[in-house]
Design a protein around this ligand. Structure first.
Ligand SMILES: Cc1cc2nc3c(=O)[nH]c(=O)nc-3n(C[C@H](O)[C@H](O)[C@H](O)COP(=O)(O)OP(=O)(O)OC[C@H]3O[C@@H](n4cnc5c(N)ncnc54)[C@H](O)[C@@H]3O)c2cc1C
Length: 355
């Protein structure tokens, strides 16, 4: 069986981002890479959105970028600006296509469906398959989004709605998220932060229909695309193994309080590329410990007091939006962290330290 210098297990967001980063920096001119990916074909299956706090390789896959956003709770709306860090949405279909076209040009890159097809003894492995152990106490961000098209112009595409909590909460945390791509096209998503122990919140189609028709007052629309998913708000159980680095969700690249992962994956890819010549000895890359600590407390509050969360998110954005965005994107300094912490209900968070 053939041997390779590097193996990437999982050709999804993290696996392909890393392969692309290595390829465009000429790190695969004299090295061989095997990518293991079981899917039969690549098609659009996700929309990755984030505040652009650092540069990345995929500006040409951005479907739309916004400089204004809103957040609302029943009876209150806050309009905010994100001029410094525009919010971008990446079309995964364009992302997969761009990367695969580039990788297929390099004769040192090979594609397999199954790890058993190759010899992995002497390779350095980058693994992006998360080990998720079933635990009914785990929190998830689970959601379903539809892209809709309306005949008449309906949306203001200069502003997106990050969170609309003016909806049924079912003793949990629930909001709608709307990304207007144009005046007559938008992604509308129903999102839950919960333990997902049963299917009682998964009547997504009804939730979306009800929101569109009764809340947005939109009766006439066509659904052109649908995506459904769940992001673990806990770290997967992947072990640290010699000659292997876990990447993507498996490598702890998800910010647990928000589910944001895409830009962390890009930063991890850059880190690996910069250290690839000495990869066996490189220090583990992780989201800064202060965010891991603060997110843990935040999720304890969310778990214990779901009814308080809409106000907590709303009040968080009363700090300067630039500061909140930096905080949620792992780029805040100590003083910015403090200004966010001061917006939180202090007693609730102090108690959460001791649960
Ligand atoms: C629908 C959806 C929307 C999301 N939206 C956002 C967003 O807006 N912003 C954001 O920052 N994050 C978002 N995320 C979170 C995160 O960015 C994505 O989950 C991202 O795809 C994670 O990348 P990954 O490489 O870790 O996992 P994946 O992209 O899922 O890649 C893992 C790959 O491994 C393959 N695989 C599975 N089993 C095996 C096996 N046994 N052997 C080999 N390969 C295998 C899979 O086919 C897949 O291609 C979203 C997640 C989902 C599910």
């Amino acid at each position: 069986m053939k041997e390779f210098d590097y193996i990437i297990i999982g050709g999804g967001c993290a696996g392909l981002s890393l392969a692309y980063e290595l390829e465009v920096h000429n790190k695969l001119n004299n090295k061989t890479l095997a990518i293991i990916e079981p899917r039969l074909e690549y098609k659009k299956d996700k929309t990755w959105s984030f505040w652009k706090v650092t540069s990345h390789n995929f500006d040409d896959c951005v479907k739309k970028s916004w400089k204004n956003f809103s957040i609302n709770i029943p009876g209150k709306i806050n309009h905010l600006e994100c001029n410094n860090y525009p919010y971008q949405s990446i079309d995964s279909g364009l992302f997969y296509e761009k990367i695969n076209i580039r990788l297929k040009k390099n004769k040192n890159i090979f594609f397999f469906k199954n790890l058993d097809d190759i010899d992995k003894k002497n390779s350095f492995i980058f693994n992006s398959v998360p080990e998720i152990k079933k635990n009914h106490l785990n929190l998830w961000q689970h959601f379903c989004g539809i892209e809709i098209e309306t005949e008449k112009n309906y949306f203001d595409d200069s502003i997106f709605n990050l969170m609309d909590f003016d909806c049924e909460q079912r003793e949990s945390v629930h909001f709608f998220y709307t990304l207007p791509y144009s005046k007559n096209k938008a992604l509308v998503e129903t999102t839950w932060l919960s333990k997902m122990n049963d299917n009682s919140q998964k009547d997504y189609d009804n939730q979306l229909k009800n929101y569109l028709e009764n809340h947005l007052n939109l009766k006439d629309y066509k659904i052109s695309y649908k995506e459904e998913g769940a992001i673990p708000l806990f770290y997967p159980a992947n072990k640290e193994i010699k000659s292997q680095i876990n990447i993507g969700t498996a490598g702890g690249m998800t910010r647990l309080s928000t589910g944001y992962t895409f830009l962390n994956i890009q930063e991890h890819s850059k880190y690996i590329r910069k250290n690839i010549e000495n990869i066996s000895n490189v220090k583990k890359y992780e989201i800064h410990k202060k965010y891991q600590f603060l997110d843990e407390i935040f999720l304890r509050v969310l778990d214990k007091h779901p009814e308080k969360m809409s106000n907590i998110f709303f009040d968080m954005f009363r700090a300067s939006p630039k500061t909140v965005i930096k905080f949620l994107s792992n780029k805040s300094n100590f003083f910015e962290d403090l200004s966010i912490i001061f917006k939180m209900p202090k007693l609730t968070f102090i108690k959460a330290l001791f649960y």
